[in-house]
Ligand binder design. Structure first.
Ligand code: CA
Length: 237
């Protein structure tokens, strides 16, 4: 992914130098010199980072930063010309992520840009992980419209709870945990009913039939719990 940097700077020479150096570092960069127009460009361009001068025509950098803060979550590095601006820059009202006082070296600037982008990509990754963890807790097995919640011992089909007998639930869970594997009737019997169970492998067939009536769209043509000729059953997720 090529990261995008927006430069908001009204001094033509500095704007050009910034663009040149950012592009040389492999960033996709765009520049603009007017504060108000910078808002529109930011909304269109959706940058991953913004370099923002303070004294700008149209609208000053403080105001631009405050508005962007409300609209998008993007790191802002402010370019200040005077030391007395720094308090406002880092204050809560404006809330820039970083700042550099002019004049600054390009090397220093590039190091700061890189650090900010790295930080926000780590945050994005963390958020992504959290989101995935919430959507897919490890105790829930899902197969399209079928979801088995192991903590609650609950099975949902197309978001409707299924009423399963305890052995039907255990059989379904066992099959689902071994999805894609051919399981013989004897093996299923041993693992789901236990060694000491007085019964035979027809017990497995009967329970599979009951399960199919509950979870298969067409129990006569099962696609989830399939019969393996001469073997046993296989769960297809
Ligand atoms: Ca300026």
């Amino acid at each position: 992914m090529i990261e995008k940097v927006l430069v908001v700077e009204d001094e033509p020479a500095l704007q050009e130098t910034l663009l040149y150096n950012l592009q040389k570092q492999g960033y996709e960069a765009q520049a603009i010199g007017d504060g108000r127009a910078a808002l529109d460009l930011a909304r269109q361009f959706k940058p991953d980072m913004i370099l923002l001068d303070i004294m700008l025509p149209g609208m000053d950098g403080f105001e631009v930063c405050k508005i962007l803060r409300r609209e998008m979550n993007v790191p802002v590095l402010m370019l200040t010309a005077r030391d007395d601006e720094i308090d406002r820059v880092v204050g809560l009202e404006v809330g820039a992520d970083d700042y550099l006082t002019k004049p600054f070296s390009m090397r220093e600037l590039m190091a700061r840009v890189k650090a900010q982008l790295r930080r926000s990509s780590l945050i994005r990754e963390e958020l992504e992980k959290l989101k995935n963890a919430e959507n897919q807790p490890h105790d829930i097995l899902t197969f399209d419209s079928l979801a088995i919640n192991q903590t609650r011992r609950e099975v949902m089909l197309s978001e409707q709870p299924l009423a399963l007998k305890p052995k039907e639930y255990e059989l379904l869970l066992f099959l689902a945990q071994h999805r894609g594997q051919m399981l013989s009737r004897e093996f299923i019997l041993e693992r789901v009913w236990g060694w000491d169970y007085i019964g035979d492998s027809r017990t497995v067939d009967v329970h599979v039939r009951w399960l199919r009536q509950k979870i298969e769209h067409d129990p006569a043509k099962p696609v989830r719990i399939v019969t393996v000729r001469g073997g046993g059953y296989r769960f297809e997720g």
